[in-house]
Design a protein around this ligand. Structure first.
Ligand SMILES: [Zn+2]
Length: 417
């Protein structure tokens, strides 16, 4: 039995279509949007273990007030299924009923409704995001929820078809643990990303690899880095998903890492930008994926100026004894012209000469199309990024209106066989 977050067994809540076909015949159908579909996948494959479904009021309340599920397990972000009162009345939904969730017109999962409830959205925002300002993207998402929430266990009845180029990177928890075992990795450190890697990111991973290796013998490669890209809702100016996943893997393919210490994968999740609370959520998620260590840099999963640079580190410290994943902290990595190499804040003493990797600099490089120095950007990574822009991004590796409208979906739910 594989144990995940909270030392609870990881269960795949998946029913084979042959069995499910009969069960779903007469169920009321509810079409779901992509955020909810992402979370149905998260629940049913065990990414969100020990959750077995969407949360009820006791869990939501406890998560908001105590950062724990009602049973005491550390959990930081409510996982909610929302619906309007009108839809609930129209469909005649009641606790005790099972319903069929559909996505892009096809059956996806059964939900056993256990509760229908309200929750104060302002209170939720203050607890989870530390603010109730509508301009915080996590609060905006919360305010956009319909007014009622449905709790209930989820069973996937029709597996998603992951489209190219993402298909090799969808590795659910039970499969991921096998991959780690095959490689002989005793420790694996998670790298959370939504970026095309520059050499600062590369060194973040390399530094964490050294930190994770620590006292282990070096006769064999015992430590791996898992890049776990968050794939979900995009904002204009983000890197396109194809570029993120393919450039991260390019670091391995072109030898900056290798099969012996590097693997790239993805998790479907719409970022909440909850900063410290999202850092705790990432710890649970990556524990379920079988990771032993998790790197946390500056302003992890933050947005704007809502969180201090190391707030996430401080919040993690309050629950670290209950987590089965070791936080690996790091400062910013940057380029030092004096050293002529990548360095970390707190390492060399040429502070006035340091060149930070700002988003603006990277963007101007892309616009110019001139290959940057290899100490800043690996040429192979740069090429893959630009190719992705041409192939998938309608001419740009950054998200544009065209991309939001016409991109290839990451996954689809196929017609049921
Ligand atoms: Zn220096």
């Amino acid at each position: 039995m594989e144990l995940g977050h909270g030392r609870k067994p990881i269960v795949e809540r998946i029913m084979e279509p042959a069995e499910a076909k009969e069960k779903i015949k007469n169920l009321v159908q509810i079409p779901i949007r992509s955020q909810i579909a992402n979370e149905v996948i998260g629940i049913s494959y065990g990414f969100f273990s020990p959750l077995q479904g969407f949360m009820g009021k006791a869990d939501v309340d406890s998560v908001c007030k105590k950062m724990r599920l009602a049973d005491g397990t550390v959990w930081s972000i409510p996982i909610l299924f929302d619906l309007t009162a009108e839809e609930i009345a129209k469909l005649g939904l009641k606790p005790g009923m099972s319903v069929l969730l559909t996505f892009n017109g096809n059956p996806m999962a059964i939900m056993e409704i256990s509760e229908i409830f309200d929750y104060d959205k302002k209170e939720m925002c203050k607890a989870v995001y530390g603010t109730d300002e509508a301009k915080h993207p996590g609060c905006a998402r919360t305010y956009a929820y319909a007014d009622k929430f449905l709790a209930g266990n989820i069973t996937l009845v029709n597996r998603p078809k992951i489209n190219a180029p993402y298909d090799p990177y969808f590795i659910p928890p039970l499969e991921m643990r096998k991959r780690f075992a095959e490689r002989g990795w005793k420790r694996v450190v998670a790298h959370q990303t939504r970026n095309v890697p520059h050499t600062g990111h590369e060194w973040l991973m390399k530094g964490a690899w050294f930190q994770t290796y620590a006292e282990l013998p070096i006769d064999k490669p015992y430590v791996g880095v898992l890049v776990n890209a968050i794939i979900g809702a995009k904002r204009k100016g983000d890197y396109i998903d194809e570029a993120i996943i393919l450039t991260q893997d390019e670091l391995r393919k072109s030898g900056y890492f290798g099969d012996h210490n590097h693997l790239t994968s993805l998790t479907f999740w719409d970022m909440r930008y909850a900063g410290p609370r999202e850092a705790v959520f990432h710890a649970a998620l990556r524990t379920n994926l079988g990771l032993t260590h998790h790197m946390y840099g500056r302003d992890h999963a933050g947005v704007g100026t809502y969180y201090g640079a190391y707030d996430a580190h401080n919040l993690l410290a309050t629950v670290k004894d209950e987590l089965d994943i070791v936080p690996v902290y790091s400062m910013n990595w940057l380029f030092c012209p004096h050293c002529g190499e990548i360095t970390s804040e707190g390492l060399c003493n040429h502070k006035s000469e340091w060149q930070k990797f700002s988003g603006t600099v990277v963007r101007s490089i892309v616009v110019d199309g001139v290959k940057p120095p290899r100490l800043i950007y690996r040429p192979e990574v740069f090429d893959v990024m630009m190719e992705c822009g041409e192939k998938y991004g309608f001419g740009s590796p950054f998200v544009t209106d065209d991309y939001l409208e016409k991109r290839i979906p990451v996954f689809e739910i196929p017609p049921m066989k």
